[in-house]
Design a binder for this molecule. Sequence first.
Ligand code: C5P
Length: 228
Amino acid sequence: MKDRIIVALDTDSPEAALATVKALSGEVGIFKVGMELFPRGGPELVRRIREAGFDVFLDLKFHDIPNTVAGAVRSAAALGVRFATVHASGGRAMLAAAAESARGTGTTILAVTVLTSLDDADLADVGFSLVSSEAVARLADLAVSCGVKGIVCSAKEVEAVRARVGKGVTLVTPGVRMPGDAVGDQKRVVTPADAIRNGADYLVVGRPITTAADPAAAARAIAASMRT
Ligand code: C5P
């Protein structure tokens, strides 16, 4: 189960990120490097995390014209990252270009459907006529039909998305909390055990591990709870 935990390195300090990586040696499988950390740590940080024996999830959420996203995915794959994200709303040609660029590499593209920070009124503001649950379903179907092999979805959506896309698609789920954990700015959380039961393949966990007094012990407790 520990290999199914992805720890989000949400910091602007490559040194702090590497200290977290070191503290979690042997305890988790993957580290997520996103748009706060990557502009500071760059490819060198990705290399160092990989040299420490972990996979990297590069969460830069590409959303551009197909030719540009194809190149971005090629560059990400050349770094040897395990996962890289694109926005499903980039459309059919962009999703197909991303999937094609990743083909034959060790990198799996994950499509982000609807950001959980957007509610139905926000979607209407940007011209989406569907409510968020319908938009998630539609974008997940679109991504999979374009050859994308993974989806990022909230822990609350994972059951519905799994029912649509079947077994062959990798589902990655943030927004998990152990019973009694601080929820922080996450509004809709589920436990690691429920997320796995509902069909998640990987869980993205940030603060419950990175801000724990003993991050390794926190990661072990989450892995143990996922088995139940
Ligand atoms: O600290 P916490 O466990 O809340 O961190 C969750 C991670 O997952 C963060 O990196 C956050 O950006 C990401 N995420 C999320 N909700 C989404 C998509 C991504 O919390 N819907």
